[in-house]
Design a protein around this ligand. Structure first.
Ligand code: G6P
Length: 489
């Protein structure tokens, strides 16, 4: 069993001669002004949930772009700061993007081209030539900042996600002996989908400059190998799961990402969470007997609209639950300068209002939307208080909300309704209640089934999921990834 301590020891022992650097677009800790005071908040992102405990275990450096309005006021002259604030254990090195760079790289190429292309949720990707130019500039900036840190040393560089597909190439051009890897946190699409990307050759060549490429599940590795076979003259070895391109070999492996199971379960028992639980009934406006919860970044891939449509169908089909059932959706806003995200926020609000009007009676109405970021104790308290957690992504690499809900469910009385199109559904295929978010009727029946399930069945399902999660925790994910890196020495 991997633990924080065993990961720490493995890293100390086996990586002591190496510099260990992680890079991602999103920084783990953001400094923001609140009036004249500066507060530090943790970013809302599956990637950060997963990698922050790994970095706390490893020390090392995390390179990311600064995004808070107070970020530049708290770093030293090398743009570095020790984090987390309450227990400084690793270095965050911030890089700075101009508005135009952020627009082209982040809002443009990363999130309007690669994000919809990879998720296949019928949101058309936009490939804009000037966005692509900024994407290259920013990838080079990341590479240069990493190169500054590793000039003379042996190093492992671990790049994160679709924002940084070109960085490995830029680093290898100057330091060919650097061991570089990338973990792709989102789905990899099938070759028919990927082939429309005008910059596909540069992106694939950039990715093949990595020595190790990780995806969540076999299916995405398979899609990647097929994409390479279709697009490049490379040797694809299906047995070994590797690709050799222009004399360089890249290993492709599945690493299902996870959460710090023990840490979350421990925190969920804390007095702060107990206190926050007591406050929940006063903060939810309509009275309820059954509480269903959704927690997401507001993103069209998360299937929030489909979820509310399913609730509409559930209340229509099973009117005995009107007056008793309340769905509470927490949505953290991100990427709000992109039109489709703005429209989504309005759309969710409009559908919720429509349904509340349709069913509302007296004080009761069924859907509560809160576009706020909860503090950690309230976040865990809501997981504990909820009877059901609804995860209905239209497509998701893994989905860590599902895993956080399981870890926090210490009473073992909650039920997880999980989209079959998440990576997590492969791990909890028998224990979660799987749904197709595109099928409101099936989804409605799943909600009814989950509510009416016996206490014993709920407990057994939850216990099994907790066992699976305890074994396949975040330290195992990182430990396995790092073991694979070490084999590349
Ligand atoms: C997904 C991506 C991450 C990203 C996160 C939050 O989990 O895989 O790379 O950081 O969403 O999105 P944001 O655009 O706010 O960083």
């Amino acid at each position: 069993m991997w633990t924080k301590r065993s990961l720490q020891e493995a890293i100390k022992d086996r990586m002591k001669d190496y510099r260990f650097i992680i890079a991602s677009n999103r920084e783990p800790y953001i400094h923001e002004y609140s009036g004249k005071k500066i507060k530090c908040v943790k970013a809302v992102s599956g990637l950060v949930i997963a990698l922050d405990p790994v970095m706390q275990a490893s020390g090392g450096m995390w390179v990311a772009s600064g995004s808070g309005d107070a970020d530049s006021d708290v770093v030293d002259k090398h743009n570095k700061i020790q984090v987390p604030p309450e227990n400084p254990s690793y270095t965050l090195k911030r890089i700075w993007l101009s508005k135009a760079e952020e627009d082209g790289f982040y809002f443009g190429y990363a999130n309007q081209a690669l994000w919809p292309l990879s998720h296949i949720t019928y949101e058309k990707p936009i490939f804009n030539a000037s966005d692509w130019e900024y994407y290259k500039i920013v990838n080079r900036r990341f590479a240069d900042n990493i190169l500054d840190e590793i000039s003379k040393e042996k190093c492992f560089v671990w790049l994160q996600d679709y924002h940084l597909t070109l960085a490995a190439k830029y680093i290898k051009d100057k330091k060919p002996d650097a061991i570089i890897s990338l973990f792709w946190h989102i789905p990899w699409p099938n070759p028919e989908v990927f082939r429309i990307c005008p910059q596909k050759r540069e992106i694939l060549e950039g990715l093949l400059s990595n020595d190790l490429l990780g995806f969540h599940i076999h299916y995405h590795c398979h899609n990647f190998l097929s994409t390479i076979e279709n697009e490049l003259e490379a040797k694809v070895d299906w047995e070994d799961l590797s690709i050799t391109y222009r004399g360089h070999k890249t290993l492709v492996r599945p690493f299902p990402i996870s959460v710090d199971y023990e840490g979350i379960a421990h925190q969920a028992r804390s007095p702060e969470v107990e206190q926050a639980m007591q406050n929940i009934p006063d903060t939810i406006d309509p009275p309820y007997e059954i509480l269903a919860l959704g927690v997401d970044r507001v993103d069209y891939t998360k299937g929030i609209v489909e979820r509310i449509r399913a609730i509409d169908r559930f209340l229509e089909k099973y009117p005995q639950y009107q007056g008793k059932f309340v769905f509470l959706q927490f949505g953290a806003l991100s990427r709000i300068h992109i039109k489709s995200y703005k429209q989504l926020i309005d759309n969710i609000q409009a559908i919720a209002e429509e349904i509340n009007w349709k069913y509302g009676k007296g004080y009761w109405y069924p859907v509560v939307i809160r576009n706020i970021r909860l503090d950690y104790a309230s976040h865990l308290a809501h997981y504990r208080a909820a009877d059901l957690c609804l995860v209905s992504s239209l497509h998701d690499g893994m989905n860590l909300v599902a895993k956080e809900f399981i870890a926090a469910n210490i009473e073992k009385k909650g039920t997880l309704i999980l989209s079959q199109f998440t990576g997590a559904a492969r791990e909890f295929s028998k224990e979660a209640i799987l749904v197709n978010p595109y099928d409101p009727d099936g989804f409605a029946d799943a909600i009814k089934y989950s509510i009416e399930m016996s206490e014993l069945e709920k407990k057994e399902r939850m216990e099994k999921m907790q066992q699976l999660l305890e074994e396949n925790n975040i330290y195992r994910w990182a430990g396995k990834f790092i073991s694979n890196l070490l084999k590349l020495e």
